[in-house]
Design a protein around this ligand. Sequence first.
Ligand code: NMX
Ligand code: MLT
Length: 434
Amino acid sequence: TKSLKEALQEVIPAKQEQLRKLKTEHSQAVVGDVENIIGGMRGLKAMLWEASVLDPNEGIRFHGLSIPECQKVLPAAPGGKEMTAESMLWLLMTGRVPTEAESRQLSRELAEKGDLPKFVEQLVDSFPQTLHPMAQLGMGVAALNHDSAFQAAYEKGIKKSEYWTHTLEDALNLIARLPALAARIYRNVYKPGTPMPAINKDLDLIGNYSALLGFGDNHSLTEYLRLYIALHGDHEGGNASAHTSHLVGSTLADPYLSYAAALFALAGPLHGLANQEVLRWQLAMQAEIGSDVSHEQIKEYLWKTLKSGQVVPGYGHGVLRQADPRFIALQEFCDSRPELQQSPVIGLVKKTYEVAPGVLKEHGKTKNPYPNVDATSGCVLHHYGLKEFKAILHGHFRCLESPGMPHAVCLGSSPWVAVGAAKISVNGCIGKAH
Ligand code: NMX
Ligand code: MLT
């Protein structure tokens, strides 16, 4: 008798061949396009979205503003230069650039709502240290729905036209609580027993997040996080996590549950986990060939990755067909700071960018041989001392030691991505699913 696995082993090659034929011989058949169907709606105009538009060549615009324009007009935090997450949130939600006073007021409102309910603290503290931070974050967020204003109002009976007010209340409460929740998880997993400061009502969301993580005195990192998280505020609403939150939200599940679902989509290595994959990959490259490397050596390393059947992490995109302007903005941030220019890992990211597009073009598979935002974001965090990450090896979580680092602890990349990906917009416009 065959086991199910053995039976499948017999069937799978024929199925793979069938799929290959469908792709190559019938990809233009009109049902929409078979390509779109195989690609999970990719490329189909399938939703209404207006907060941002993702041009394949130019990249993202937020209500018409490019990244450099946003950097110019969106208010920064006191003492800082980078746009804040609150300013971006305001722009995304209203289509209008907030004044400094409006942005500060939103910061205060969020700081005042930022404490976690006791039972959520207890829930998170009860998780095993070995449970992946993203799984913890998703469960913590789902538990916050205990206080959902939308759910309470819905149970009492409200008009459809009033949904948005309760949804907004939940969304703001959720955003406000994310720093305390993500930082608590980070400390429980990687810095157990260290006391977390109270939320400072005079700080912006990310200023507080940085402090809660234990990096409050590192102004440069706090500024980096402000930029990084503002840039992740929206990406045309159709990526896997944003799409998931809209799908779940369309059932009138409250914003906490919708966002928890989004986090689980974000946790995959082809999406939010990709910046950790990049870091792991660049560190492995560094361990194998060193930091002071030639283009030729990087090229060989890239081919080795591709020939082993793996993707080059941080490269490619569902929509973009040029280097991601978010990648460029983060690289410019690095270029403006001499200490970041000295970082061996950031140096490798830069050199990899000089070589990888050529190799990927020659490889000939990906439609976009250029870097996405994840090609650099996690490596910059590594420079700042956020060196921890988890990887799944042989079915278990393992800490990966970074070469040359005495205490490489572990970090799920995505608490940052999660706060940044607070895609809570209630907007609409034509967008693509990607
Ligand atoms: N390295 C090697 N092969 C690649 C890469 C890459 N970086 N990107 C795409 N391909 C392959 C892809 O696997 C597919 O192969 P197959 O036909 O055997 O299935 C082929 O090229 C065509 O894929 P595309 O249509 O170019 O890309 P798709 O839209 O399917 O996927 C990504 C987009 C982003 C998932 C894909 O480019 C990828 O896996 N990149 C590496 C992971 C990554 O950087 N993810 C982060 C994305 C950004 N984010 O924040 O979410
Ligand atoms: C992201 O920002 O989440 C990724 O680049 C995927 C996307 O939005 O297209």
